[in-house]
Each structure stands twice: as structure tokens, then as C-alpha cells.
Design a protein around this ligand. Structure first.
Ligand code: NDP
Length: 295
């Protein structure tokens, strides 16, 4: 079997197009969705993400506000910035770029964001709402995975899903979303016994581990849909390379469909951030939410 490649780049472009259409409609009613991104410190990878977020926010027609603060910013000063953004009616989404410098308490900072503007979906209120099946802001990466799965498979009800990884930002919300779509969900992690056998039971396998090419063909049920969230920078044959948590070459011979790295889940994350900002803006203005852009 040779797997169908799920083209995240093309799908993300489609989602961004839908977002831009909604933004145009909102602007017609005198409303411009706004996204504020707060970056503390000089982490080069974070700086690249923030720059890309700003570019794509503007391309979608939204207002982009960037707050770059020095690495030594105190917690009180950062909280004051968040308070101002919470109170600013032009800002519908707030994202604090993680990781934060070590002296700042990330949980405290994230929980200071107004939950209705928490477009990353990390605020404890949104985590609770998602966990209890209520309307929430959904973390962008798992939302992007869910959109791709629905697009590729249609109804997910009754399918066996295995999520490898139990982080708060990917693994756990991914499992909640799949449960919400009536999958039978298993969450695997570093203590899971016979991981390959657990994964072979999956119709949907989501890898969010952070270990380069760990999931090989023998982990995959023939015909399964494989979503590779991993982003790992490695060096091979003297060249720097980006690979996922799945060994793409061997996995693609067994899977029914698979996302590549790069060009799979990655582009969907920013597209879903824009989608969440539009959703937050619609909710703030008492308008109906964009269809197909939320969980
Ligand atoms: P974390 O490090 O927070 O979590 C990794 C999870 O994998 C943990 O639950 C850990 O288990 C589990 N794990 C580690 N080793 C093994 C193993 N040998 N067998 C089984 N499970 C294992 O990572 P994140 O969730 O933040 O990210 C995961 C990956 O996704 C990374 O490569 C990251 O770069 C990528 N990512 C990609 C995004 C995108 O936009 N595409 C966005 C966010 C992340 P335990 O809990 O037991 O330690």
C-alpha cells in the first residue's frame, strides 16, 4: 500500500482563505478582528513564529499587534500588558509566545488572559470547557489535526484513535477532541507497555512525541490514517533536516493516509490561530461563528 499524502500546506491555505472571507464580511459590518502576540525575550525560533503569525494575520485582513518585551521583563510588567490587552476592544485574541524565560510562571501568565480572548486555548477555563464538551477556545495544533481528519475521513464516530503523547498543548486536547467526535481513544506515553501493539490497534494514529522518526511501519495498522505532529531538527549526511515523529518512508508503505513533515500539521497551526481569532471576534460581537472553523 502507498499512503495518500494529506497536504497540510494546501489545506491550511484553504482555511486561511475561509478566514479571510469571514474577516471581509466582518469588516463590512465595521468590525476588524485583532490578534495581539506577546513575545518575551529573544528566543530565535519564537521570533520566527511570531513574525510568521504577524504576516499571516495581516494577509487575512486582520489587525496584528506585536508586543516584544525584553527577556528580563518582570511578571508584574507582563501581567500589566495582558491586563491592557484584555481591556482593549480592538484585541479579540491574545497569544503569549511560549516558552517564557525561566523566571516567569507560564501558568500564572496564561491564566491572566481573558478566557474569551485566549486563542491558544491554554487557559484553565478553556481546558475545563473542552474537557466537559462545552464551547471553548480549542488549542490550535490539535484543532488543525481534527480538521484534517474530518476532511479526509468524514465521520470519525466509532474509529479507534491512539494519541501518542500526553502534553497539555497537544496530546490531551487532541484526545478530548477525538472523544468529542465519538472515537474510542487511547492516550499512550513514555510508560506505555508495548507501544507498537497499542498503536497497531489504531484507525487514527496521532504522534505527538518529539522523538525523530520513532513511529515506524510496524506501529501502523494497514490503511490507518497517521497524523504526525512532531517537529524535530536533525542532521543527516551533513545536512540539517526537519523530520516528524513518524518514519515517513516506511510508514507510508502501510498507512492509508499520512501527513508529511514539513507540510502537514505545521501550517495548520497558524491557520487555526487565525480561525480562533475570528471565532473569538464573532463571539465578542454576538455574531454567529464561522462554520467549519471550530471544533
Ligand atoms: P512534550 O515533550 O510536552 O510531550 C511529549 C509526550 O511524548 C509526553 O507525553 C511523553 O510522555 C511522550 N513520550 C516521550 N517519549 C516517548 C516514548 N519513547 N514513547 C512514548 N511516548 C513518549 O511535547 P509536545 O506535546 O509539546 O510536542 C510533541 C511534538 O510535537 C514535538 O516534536 C513538538 O515540536 C511538536 N509540536 C508541533 C506543533 C506544530 O505546530 N506542528 C505544535 C506543538 C508541538 P510522558 O508524559 O510520559 O513523558
Amino acid at each position: 500500500m502507498t499512503a495518500t499524502i494529506i497536504d497540510g500546506k494546501a489545506f491550511a491555505a484553504k482555511v486561511r482563505g475561509q478566514v479571510a472571507d469571514h474577516v471581509a464580511r466582518l469588516k463590512g459590518q465595521g468590525i476588524t478582528p485583532g490578534l495581539a502576540v506577546v513575545l518575551v525575550g529573544e528566543d530565535p525560533a519564537s521570533a520566527v513564529y511570531v513574525k510568521n503569525k504577524g504576516i499571516q494575520t495581516k494577509e487575512a485582513g486582520m489587525a496584528s499587534f506585536e508586543h516584544r518585551l525584553p527577556a528580563e521583563t518582570s511578571e508584574a510588567d507582563l501581567l500589566a500588558v495582558i491586563d491592557r490587552l484584555n481591556a482593549d476592544p480592538a484585541v479579540h485574541g491574545i497569544l503569549v509566545q511560549l516558552p517564557l524565560p525561566g523566571h516567569l510562571n507560564a501558568d500564572l501568565v496564561i491564566n491572566a488572559i481573558d478566557p474569551s480572548k485566549d486563542v491558544d486555548g491554554f487557559h484553565i477555563s478553556n481546558v475545563g470547557l473542552l474537557g466537559t464538551g462545552q464551547k471553548s477556545m480549542v488549542p490550535c495544533t490539535p484543532l488543525g489535526c481534527l480538521m484534517m481528519l474530518r476532511d479526509h475521513l468524514g465521520d470519525l464516530s466509532g474509529l479507534n484513535a491512539v494519541v501518542v503523547g500526553r502534553s497539555n498543548i497537544v496530546g490531551k486536547p487532541m484526545a478530548q477532541l477525538l472523544l468529542g467526535d465519538s472515537c474510542t481513544v487511547t492516550i499512550a506515553h513514555s510508560r506505555t507497555r508495548d507501544l507498537a501493539a497499542v498503536c497497531r490497534g489504531a484507525d487514527i494514529l496521532v504522534a505527538a512525541v518529539g522523538r525523530p522518526e520513532m513511529i515506524t511501519a510496524d506501529f501502523i495498522k494497514p490503511g490507518a490514517t497517521v497524523i504526525d505532529v512532531g517537529i524535530n531538527r536533525i542532521e543527516r549526511d551533513g545536512k540539517k533536516k526537519l523530520v516528524g515523529d513518524v518514519d515517513f518512508t516506511s510508514a507510508a508503505k502501510v498507512a492509508g493516509a499520512i501527513t508529511p513533515v514539513p507540510g502537514g500539521v505545521g501550517p495548520m497551526t497558524i491557520a487555526c490561530l487565525l480561525a480562533n481569532t475570528v471565532t473569538a471576534c464573532c463571539r465578542a460581537n454576538g455574531l454567529s461563528e464561522p462554520e467549519g472553523l471550530t471544533a
